[in-house]
Design a protein around this ligand. Structure first.
Ligand SMILES: *[C@@H]1O[C@H](CO)[C@@H](O)[C@H](O)[C@H]1NC(C)=O
Ligand SMILES: *[C@@H]1O[C@H](CO)[C@@H](O)[C@H](O)[C@H]1NC(C)=O
Ligand SMILES: *[C@@H]1O[C@H](CO)[C@@H](O)[C@H](O)[C@H]1NC(C)=O
Ligand SMILES: *[C@@H]1O[C@H](CO)[C@@H](O)[C@H](O)[C@H]1NC(C)=O
Ligand SMILES: *[C@@H]1O[C@H](CO)[C@@H](O)[C@H](O)[C@H]1NC(C)=O
Ligand SMILES: CC(=O)N[C@H]1CO[C@H](CO)[C@@H](O)[C@@H]1O
Length: 391
């Protein structure tokens, strides 16, 4: 962990990037210790998990599904180009950044033996770190797969597949409602109109936000775009997992205040990929400052020794402008609930009258004192030595 760097950045970065974020360095440090200890413990069960017949079958379905998705996305776009040779990308600072997530060159080697190599990613049920949802989460978005709207969404198409696995059972999590949101190509979120982020249509805009329900293999997909960068943060996509929420069947939204928040996470995008995307229009018109993954406070927290926060990806054609297929597997603790955690904050609500600022969000979802997640109650059983050793 780049610990000293992280602590040094904490106050300064937040102060100007997100006026709303108030997590103090000690709280964040506690959270990292906790997360690493939990991840280490969850990893112990990984070997066991992946050996079961059920897990092997799930893995095979996963490989087939991803391969089919890639073929469908390509044929739907009429793409027949042969992608280039596989190339290892070693331009990396972080351990995980050094691993090549670019599966583009492997696509044409399509016999199923190779599909396992391309689409196999990770069956491991690693407990993905839970980090802040940031100051831009909006409750009440509509259940829809395609979050690309007519306006403000020009950019590189990303078809994102996320698979959720329950670390307690090694089984896919069915029936979870997953929120996605990210900034547009020039680094502005919809639905938030306040200092640091003025959405063009104010609180009423909804572009690049939506919710999907996981299927029996724990999978959600979204059609979105590659996020643009904005001041103070590395390029990322937010994901938040609700369990047992009530659905307003009349209009396809989640009923406020129901269910648990089992996971709050961010996907980061590798620097080589970000640079390739941002060489294209309209990313080239983004005037905000770039923050690399290495300099970003949350990505340091999200990447643990046991968890890789970068999705795997594939160019759909020979140009990045043909779009990307990206996928990641996330291990979550379905019995944890982050609803009362200081990292869970609702910036605005979207309802039949449009968007409204959440007047209470200044409290950052309950005091901002950096309390440990409720999942941490279980930590009493983990020796503190193992927790501090992980930093
Ligand atoms: C991104 O959103 C902002 C505000 O909502 C808008 O002014 C800008 O044009 C959008 N960028 C693109 C590339 O659409
Ligand atoms: C809550 O959701 C999880 C995951 O979908 C499910 O396994 C569990 O049975 C649900 N619990 C209740 C009380 O409905
Ligand atoms: C991904 O791999 C393809 C084929 O080797 C290459 O053309 C492309 O530049 C790579 N992109 C990134 C972001 O590494
Ligand atoms: C959806 O329906 C619920 C229940 O009637 C309502 O409270 C909510 O405001 C509606 N949301 C939207 C976006 O129309
Ligand atoms: C999941 O969360 C529950 C409730 O907070 C906790 O008791 C349990 O130990 C956690 N499991 C893991 C693997 O962290
Ligand atoms: C195929 C693959 O990517 N396997 C990785 C799964 O995750 C573990 C640890 O998280 C890595 O060590 C493997 O290389």
């Amino acid at each position: 962990m780049h610990f000293s760097k992280f602590l040094a950045l904490t106050t300064a970065t937040l102060a100007y990037a997100h006026p709303g974020e108030k997590h103090d360095a000690h709280a964040v440090k506690r959270e990292i210790h906790l997360r690493d200890a939990l991840a280490a413990r969850a990893q112990q069960s990984v070997g066991v998990c992946s050996q079961t017949q059920e897990a092997k079958q799930l893995q095979q379905r996963t490989i087939n599904r991803r391969a089919n998705t890639a073929h469908e996305l390509r044929s739907k776009r009429g793409i027949t180009a042969t992608p280039y040779k596989f190339r290892r990308n070693l331009a990396a600072l972080e351990k995980w950044e050094a691993i090549n997530h670019n599966k583009t060159g492997l696509l044409e080697l399509s016999p199923s033996s190779h599909e396992a190599e391309i689409f196999g990613a990770n069956t491991s049920a690693i407990l993905t770190p839970t980090i802040t949802d940031g100051p831009y989460y909006v409750w009440g978005e509509v259940i829809r797969q395609n979050v690309i709207e007519e306006s403000y969404c020009d950019g590189i198409d990303v078809f994102l597949e996320v698979q959720y696995i329950d670390v307690n059972t090694c089984r896919p999590v069915q029936g979870a409602f997953v929120d996605i949101w990210n900034a547009n190509a020039t680094g502005v979120y919809s639905g938030i109109s306040t200092s640091g982020n003025y959405a063009a249509d104010g609180w009423d805009s909804t572009y690049l936000r939506g919710i999907q329900e996981t299927d029996s293999d724990g999978v959600v997909t979204f059609s979105t775009i590659f996020p643009g960068h904005y001041d103070g943060r590395a390029t990322h996509t937010h994901l938040l997992t609700h369990l047992n929420s009530t659905i307003n069947r009349n209009n396809g939204t989640l009923e406020v205040g129901t269910g648990s928040v089992a996971h709050i996470g961010q996907l980061f995008w590798n620097e080589v990929l970000r640079t390739a995307v941002e060489d294209t229009y309209p990313y080239t018109t983004n005037t905000q400052d770039v923050t690399s993954n290495a300099d970003d406070m949350w990505s340091v927290e999200q990447a643990s020794s046991a968890y890789d926060p970068f999705p795997e990806f594939l160019y759909l054609g020979d140009s990045i402008q043909d779009g990307l297929f990206a996928w990641i597997q996330i291990g979550i603790n379905t019995t944890a609930d982050y609803t009362d955690n200081s990292y869970y904050s609702i910036a605005a609500y979207y309802d039949e009258d449009g968007g409204h600022e959440n007047e209470d969000s200044a409290a950052m979802g309950g005091g901002g004192s950096g309390g440990a997640p409720s999942g941490s109650m279980s930590m009493s059983g983990v020796p503190s030595a193992s927790a501090s050793a992980s930093a």
